[in-house]
Design a protein around this ligand. Structure first.
Ligand code: HEC
Ligand SMILES: [Cu+2]
Length: 331
């Protein structure tokens, strides 16, 4: 049995170093405490002829310095761990996004180009990859021991996880959250390919259409275009009426029914309660499933909730379409 686990991601060596340091330090403290205990047990055992006459003077200096030293060292480890944790929660802006949908008992993956996989995930080496993960039923947990990463995958929201795999190869993917009868079989492979191999894989894998194009069809099929306009540029009231783009965000006159989605992704959105949020995947998802929870400033809460009507897979496509309308600032 091979007990060593490959360190296949950029964060793995540091994670191992942190755990190693914690282990070594704990062992050192353990050895000190048990060593002294053993020493005194033997030295002062009943019958040993040792001088028990004069008690040693109590030294505060010794006590304080030993307490302070261990506190500082353990606190240092805590800061290191916290820093690593925070970095693992902040995907780089240029990370490639892949959607993961957990479902009893399989992992489904959707690449931006429309390639889909089940229980396997192909990723390019040496590139930051952000996984946007959700569940169609119960809580699952996406875990890749060789990357030293795991994260719970919850129904009803996006969790994100990012990594940079640096060694091509095949690694185990597990579900780490007991999720029902076949939980033990909810496993898969992460296949890390070199850049050219990955591009070849993308080209060879059949994909119907890219996610955004499929999302555009759904945008019309679910009736979003009736309010937001056929091209997402905002809509006027009246049957099928599409506003000129200049009117898209204008609240005046009460004719505009829905905000323009052009350039929405990644831009700040002022809400009716006075707060401002950044329109990321989570925000857009919530806007579709629970439109009443965050209402765009100067718009009415007339958008119906699509919760229970739109599947996770369709949501991924609609969000991809909205992203394709432009990002980082509205006109
Ligand atoms: C009945 C009209 C209507 C329909 C149908 C509708 N919306 Fe909306 N939508 C609105 C209005 C009005 C707002 C602004 C108020 C709010 O935030 O709820 C909005 C807000 C949004 C936002 C947030 C926009 C922003 O500027 O932050 C998104 C994203 C969105 N809708 C997407 C969709 C999608 C996707 C669909 C189809 C699945 C859809 N909408 C269907 C009327 C509609
Ligand atoms: Cu599971």
């Amino acid at each position: 049995m091979n007990l060593s686990l490959p360190e296949a991601s950029a964060n793995a060596p540091e994670t191992d170093a942190l755990i190693g340091a914690l282990l070594l330090l704990s062992l050192a403290v353990l050895a000190l405490v048990f060593g002294l205990m053993l020493l005194y047990v033997i030295r002062y055992r009943a019958g040993s002829r040792i001088d028990r006459g004069k008690l040693a003077e109590k030294s505060w200096r010794f006590e304080i310095s030993w307490t302070a030293a261990t506190l500082v060292i353990f606190f240092g480890l805590f800061l290191w761990g916290a820093d690593l944790y925070v970095r693992l929660f902040e995907p780089p802006a240029d990370a490639e996004k892949i959607y993961i949908i957990g479902k009893q008992w399989m992992w489904k993956a959707e690449h931006p180009g429309g390639q889909r996989e089940i229980d396997t995930l192909h990723v390019p080496a040496n590139r930051p990859i952000e996984l946007l993960m959700t569940s169609e039923d119960v809580i699952h947990d996406f875990s890749v021991p060789a990357f030293r990463l795991k994260r719970d995958v919850l129904p009803g929201r996006y969790e994100s996880l990012w990594f940079r795999a640096d060694t091509p190869g095949t690694y185990h993917l597990f579900c780490d959250q007991f999720c029902g009868t076949d939980h033990a079989r909810m496993v898969g492979d992460i296949i890390v390919l070199s850049g050219p191999d990955f591009r070849r894989w993308l080209a060879e894998t059949p994909s119907s259409e890219d996610l955004a194009d499929q999302g555009q069809d759904l945008f019309i099929r679910y009736g979003c275009s009736g309010c937001h306009g056929g091209n997402g540029a905002g809509g006027l009231s009246g049957p099928g009426g599409t506003a000129p783009e200049s009117l898209g965000r204008s609240p005046q006159g009460g004719t505009v029914r829905a905000p323009s989605l052009v350039g929405l992704y990644g831009s700040p959105v002022p809400l009716s309660d006075g707060s401002v949020v950044i329109a990321d995947d989570r925000y857009i998802r919530d806007s579709i499933l629970e439109p009443g929870s965050q209402i765009v400033a100067s718009f009415q809460n007339v958008m119906p909730s699509f919760a229970g009507q739109i599947s996770e897979e369709d949501l991924v496509k609609v969000i991809a379409y909205i992203k394709s309308l432009g990002a980082g600032g509205r006109s």
